[in-house]
Design a protein around this ligand. Structure first.
Ligand SMILES: [Zn+2]
Length: 465
């Protein structure tokens, strides 16, 4: 090595050393400054489970859901040829009459196995079919099984429709083969399985009453579910949730895409909206009990241009939502090709497990507060908010939940022992809700805080009487 080259290497080493010293000094400066600066802990998002807690009885019941039983039921339903609401009602082997008598017999058998814990009934109504050119009156018969809870005034409705159609050619065709294996043999079979497992696991019921509802005339415009929703409302029941399983067994779309690991949940959401709160609850329950099965909430009533049996519950003001497969096959729905062989019963069973965890969680919990009021806290200069709600019978404590308006679900859960709370968040930019916590840890649906009505502006005309 020449002297020149040696000098150059030495210079370079010294330069690198100086750079390292400067870099270290900069790092030390930054680190010292960071320690001095008021550090706001990053908001740690809660998992979607939003503070719901696992229940050992529910975990045990989930294991009982049997894809083979669901398959067996769907196979029997398809064997009736058509279940169009206007089809034969006298045959024992063909048409909707045979189908509902089969469902009724199955439910009665489950009830016998739990010493009569289920109240099984036909729920008939004579309803005009507005989709028929002669507007004929149809005998629409739902099949219901009630699992009474300690509170007979609060009901959770878990439904699916057992009628089928070849609506793509004629909604009122009462004779052509209409297997309806996916729409909605799959949902009907899932609800029947829920009735079997939940009657076995909870023969004494839970806190709220559960109604397993198998509807007719969904295909003529959700007539059976509309009848039941109105009946419950007219009889003074408080509807905790109107849930429907409709089209819950297909995993392959016509374009070849497949998805067997997620389910869509459709619910209207605005602020406040109890259906949106219900969807967040189902999302939480799914994250808690079926972490590998993705719940995909969609905050609209239904798929575009479509409807289902949660609609009538939404219309009477009850929290309502629909479970539907992630990928539909539009080339088979409402056609003679909606066949048994295309239903994936392992997938339907996972949706039934999600249904079970949702229904049991809701039924085990006390009701949410009837109302929830928020007002700006004047003492703090308006940065904090006063939250109040009435006492709930059966609640051991409460939780306040908070999310920003652009967060889809809650990120903060605050335990509260009384019925008021001073919240250190600006609700101009956020949404807060409250829920009841039962003595066993079961959480109710959330109730969104609402603003008292505004006073009229000074000098404004008084409100019209
Ligand atoms: Zn359907």
């Amino acid at each position: 090595m020449t002297a020149d080259r040696q000098q150059m290497t030495t210079d370079r080493r010294q330069m690198i050393a100086r750079i390292l010293v400067v870099a270290a000094a900069c790092a030390a400066f930054t680190s010292a400054n960071a320690q001095k600066a008021p550090v706001k802990a990053p908001e740690k998002p809660l998992p979607a489970a939003i503070g719901l807690q696992r229940d050992a009885a529910i975990i045990a019941a989930l294991v009982d859901i049997s894809p083979a039983r669901i398959r067996q039921t769907d196979s029997a339903l398809v064997s009736f040829g058509t279940r169009n609401t206007m089809s034969d009602t006298t045959s024992e082997s063909h048409g909707i009459g045979a189908a509902r008598r089969y469902l009724y017999r199955e439910l009665r058998a489950y009830s016998r196995d739990c010493s009569g814990c289920l109240r099984v009934e036909y729920d008939p109504a004579m309803i005009v079919n507005a989709r028929h050119p002669q507007r004929v009156t149809m005998n629409v018969v739902n099949v219901l099984a009630w699992l009474p809870g300690r509170d007979s005034t609060r009901v959770i409705v878990m439904g699916g429709h057992y009628d089928s159609c070849v609506c793509k050619t004629n909604t009122n065709d009462s004779t052509s083969t209409a297997p309806g294996a996916d729409d909605d043999g799959s949902g009907t079979s899932a609800v029947l399985e829920l009735a079997r497992v939940m009657s076995k696991r909870y023969p004494n019921g839970l806190d709220a009453t559960i109604i397993f509802a198998l509807y007719a005339a969904e295909e003529q415009g959700t007539l059976g579910s509309a009848h039941l929703a109105q009946r419950l409302k007219d009889s003074g029941f408080k509807i905790v949730a109107g849930l429907t399983d409709d089209i819950v067994g297909n995993v392959v779309a016509a374009n070849g895409k497949t998805d067997s690991t997620s389910v869509r949940v459709y619910a209207v959401d605005s602020v406040p909206s109890q259906s949106g709160e219900l969807a967040r609850y189902v999302w939480g329950v799914g994250a808690l009990y079926l972490p590998k099965f993705e719940v995909r909430p969609t905050f609209r009533l239904d798929r575009l241009g479509r409807g289902g049996d949660h609609g009538p519950f939404q219309r009477i003001g009850a929290p309502a939502l629909r479970f539907t497969e992630r990928l539909e096959n539009y080339k088979r729905q409402h056609l003679p090709t909606d066949e048994f062989t295309f239903v994936n019963f392992g997938y339907t069973a996972n949706i039934a497990r999600l249904n079970l965890a949702t229904v049991a969680s809701l039924a085990a919990a006390p009701p949410p507060p009837d109302s929830a009021r928020q007002s700006r806290d004047t003492l703090s200069g308006g940065q904090d908010w006063d939250l109040t709600w009435p006492v709930v019978a059966g609640a051991a404590s409460y939780e306040v939940l908070v999310r920003s308006t652009i967060q889809p679900t809650y990120v903060r859960v605050i335990p509260v022992n009384g019925t008021s709370f001073l919240l250190d968040e600006e609700l101009d930019d956020a949404v807060a809700a409250v829920r009841s916590v039962g003595p066993t840890g079961a959480r109710s649906l959330t109730r969104v805080f609402q603003q008292p009505a505004r006073r009229p502006a000074a000098g404004a005309a008084p409100p019209a009487p």
